[in-house]
Write a protein that binds this ligand. Structure first.
Ligand code: SF4
Length: 64
């Protein structure tokens, strides 16, 4: 599994508060753009998914 941010749900108009929530700094964001979750760093704790106010973080199957 991996975590991904849905561009249709994320308003991309503010600094993502999840950057401070992720315990392993797996989430990055250029300006107010769509945040990216690094699958190499992510420990799949689910904190970002629970805390996103827009419910924009989803769990997805890895591709292959
Ligand atoms: S699931 Fe946990 S470790 Fe992975 S990006 Fe979200 S907060 Fe960070």
């Amino acid at each position: 599994m991996a975590y991904t941010v849905d561009a249709r749900l994320c308003p991309q108009n503010h600094r993502c508060p999840l950057l401070a929530i992720c315990p392993v700094e797996a989430i990055s964001q250029e300006g107010f753009s769509l945040p990216a979750i690094d699958p190499e760093r992510c420990i799949e704790c689910g904190q970002c998914m629970r805390h996103c106010g827009k419910h924009a973080v989803h769990k997805v199957e890895h591709d292959g």
